[in-house]
Design a protein around this ligand. Structure first.
Ligand code: SF4
Ligand code: SF4
Ligand SMILES: [Zn+2]
Length: 348
């Protein structure tokens, strides 16, 4: 892809220190950045005592995906979603599937430059009514995501974040009015996991961000990637499911996803399907209504009425093969199904 020039813009959330350093307030790392240096995400730099984003408008990938691929199963099922990303990430997960962009340098030549207007025009041209900020971490692209999301809303286009949730409260609340849905990765319930695998001290900021999103009326779905030996114990899965039930609600869709070896965790085996199925069963036992299995096409993808068990959406992979809802309700027992927007069967 094209130009490796940097798209520079002053950052929105930072503090100036007396010694010419700055503190970035965008994510809980709160990097202290000296003159000429960059923060841990690699895309924010102190220039002359001011903090700048180096990736405003720098787009590394652009694609139209099924919304189920995000994954979002309860938000306009069967829709297509225009998806964009930049480079960099504030976490450094050893299993990152998109490490070639998330851990890339801004000078790596992976990006092409776009204005918010150009992005929104392309979304309109694609016929999609949705934009996903995805593949790498959207919050480190904050200033551009904010401008695109605001413009998109003016044009009747909805915005979706696919995020690690590692963001501080103020920026999150600031962008929340323009965000319609999010899929948040809860990678583990253990700080040790975040320390060892993601190079972040704690899971707490992620859980806090999920609560803020709920308060801000963002439709939230959660993804838990089940990795053999690292986060797959019954105790931890139950703890996660209970936390969801007690804090986010039993109607929250939860996706247990199958791990495949990637990047620095390529020595681990893929997660046995039976382990993902066990996580599914445990979460159902804990009382969650909408639990799914990911990366296992043909299994654990359908939506069932939590009251009578009727299958209300049938899926295969990222396609919706049957919508069996009546005005958003179960056709058999009339229970309201927690789906935002209409369900459309995927057309080929
Ligand atoms: S967004 Fe980047 S620079 Fe800012 S605190 Fe997080 S890792 Fe550091
Ligand atoms: S948060 Fe996501 S994009 Fe960032 S390093 Fe981890 S897996 Fe990769
Ligand atoms: Zn029913």
């Amino acid at each position: 892809m094209g130009c490796a020039c940097l798209m520079i813009k002053e950052a929105l959330f930072y503090e100036v220190k007396d010694d010419g350093g700055v503190v970035c307030l965008l994510c809980p790392h709160n990097c202290v950045i000296r003159e000429g240096k960059r923060g841990g995400c690699g895309v924010r730099e102190n220039r002359g005592g001011k903090l700048f984003t180096l990736v405003y408008g720098s787009v590394s990938s652009m694609a139209v995906d099924p919304i189920e691929k995000k994954p979002l199963f309860h938000f306009y099922p069967g829709s297509s979603i225009f998806s964009i990303s930049t480079v960099g990430c504030n976490l450094h997960c050893q299993n990152c599937q998109n490490w070639h962009i998330s851990q890339a340098s801004v000078e790596g030549g992976f990006t092409r430059d776009f204005s918010p207007e150009e992005i929104v025009r392309r979304v309109e041209g694609s016929g999609s009514k949705f934009i996903a900020y995805t593949y790498n971490e959207p919050f480190i692209w904050y200033e551009f995501v904010f401008d695109v999301a605001r413009l998109a809303h003016q044009k009747g286009i909805m915005n979706v974040l696919v995020t690690n949730g590692y963001v501080t409260e103020k920026p999150l609340r600031n962008i929340a009015p323009y965000i319609d849905a999010a899929n948040v990765d809860v990678k583990s319930m253990r700080d040790e996991f975040y320390k060892k695998i993601c190079k972040a001290p704690s899971v707490k900021p992620v859980l806090d961000a999920v609560l803020v999103m709920k308060e801000e009326d963002i439709h939230v779905e959660l993804t838990y990637l089940v990795i053999p030996t690292l986060n797959d114990s019954e105790e931890e899965i139950r703890e996660f499911a209970r936390w969801v039930k007690e804090n986010v609600g039993t109607d929250t869709p939860v996706h247990f996803s199958r791990f495949f070896p990637h990047y620095k965790l390529s020595d681990l085996p893929p997660t046995p399907p039976s382990t993902v199925a066990k996580a599914w069963t445990l979460a159902k036992e804990e009382g969650l209504h909408y639990v799914y299995m990911g990366n296992m096409p043909g299994e654990g993808e359908d939506t069932y009425c939590p009251s009578c068990g009727e299958r209300v959406i049938k899926r295969y992979g990222f396609t919706v093969s049957k919508c069996n809802l009546k005005n958003g309700k179960c056709p058999r027992c009339n229970e309201k199904i927690a789906i935002v927007g209409e369900c459309k069967e995927t057309r080929w």
